[in-house]
Design a protein around this ligand. Structure first.
Ligand code: ZN
Length: 268
């Protein structure tokens, strides 16, 4: 009797216990839903409609647009990008129109943003020594779009947050998702296999554009020798040495010719 009493005393009153069970169930349900959605987002990233990507872009791109400098350099970068775009397989990229935003900032980096925008920092252009190596960097970013790495880079949680905000139509939640998306875009770090895939994509475009692949490894080789100065690039594009080796292996395997490099356009 005595012991039973003490047990019942230790247990919370039924009201609280029911509440706890309910709470537990609710938490379990939410965790389960998040887990399921994560799985879905991960598996179906390739199927995310362009309209959702454009919506994310409409939130993220204007922030970069404000910092961009419409200039001769930006026009030139867009002309270079157009040349690469002509080599993209039409069935897959018909509805896309990529463009470059040129940011007057010393950062040595390039970013692929949702909404078909490639951000190129002036610091990167300053490091580049030929048109070919610049085209390789642009082709590499087009590769990230082709494999939708720029969406993966936002992270599953953020994609989820954005999707929920989108469906609920909660302005505050959309605002906060957008803010996180912005932070994620500048910090997104791709895996080595994503980088290699994008490099291979860029290499093929380079070959198709010039009929040879001179300059394909120049930029990455130089970056791997200047580690201290290029923290931004290395934080989002890791392991330059490995990439150079892999590109060289691909060039040999495909028997791509290497001819003369084209000089950088004067406006850059
Ligand atoms: Zn990359």
């Amino acid at each position: 009797m005595n012991s039973q009493k003490s047990i019942s005393n230790r247990n919370p009153p039924p009201n609280n216990r029911q509440l706890l069970i309910l709470l537990g169930l609710l938490v379990g349900l939410i965790v389960g839903i998040i887990w399921l959605l994560n799985l879905l987002v991960n598996g179906l990233i390739g199927l995310i409609p362009l309209s959702v990507e454009q919506w994310l872009g409409s939130v993220i791109v204007p922030v970069y647009e404000q910092q961009a400098q419409p200039s001769l350099a930006q026009d030139t970068l867009n002309q270079l990008l157009n040349r690469l775009e002509k080599q993209l397989p039409p069935q897959k990229y018909q509805h896309r129109d990529y463009r470059v935003l040129y940011l007057p900032d010393d950062t040595v980096n390039a970013l692929a943003l949702p909404g078909d925008v490639i951000v190129i920092y002036a610091g990167l252009v300053q490091q580049v020594e030929s048109e070919n190596e610049l085209m390789m960097v642009l082709g590499h970013e087009l590769g990230h779009f082709a494999y939708r790495d720029h969406l993966r880079g936002l992270g599953r949680n953020l994609l989820l947050q954005a999707a929920i905000a989108y469906f609920i139509g909660d302005a505050g939640a959309i605002q906060s998702a957008a803010a996180s998306a912005l932070a994620a875009v500048s910090q997104s770090r791709f895996s080595q296999s994503q980088e290699l895939q994008a490099d291979e994509f860029g290499l093929v475009l380079l070959q198709q554009t010039y009929g040879h692949v001179a300059g394909a490894t120049d930029f990455f080789a130089r970056m791997s020798q200047k580690k201290g100065a290029n923290r931004a690039l290395l934080s989002t594009h890791p392991a330059s040495e490995k990439r150079v080796m892999e590109l060289q292996r691909l060039i040999e395997k495909q028997n791509y010719p290497i001819k003369e490099r084209s000089p950088l356009p004067k406006s850059l």
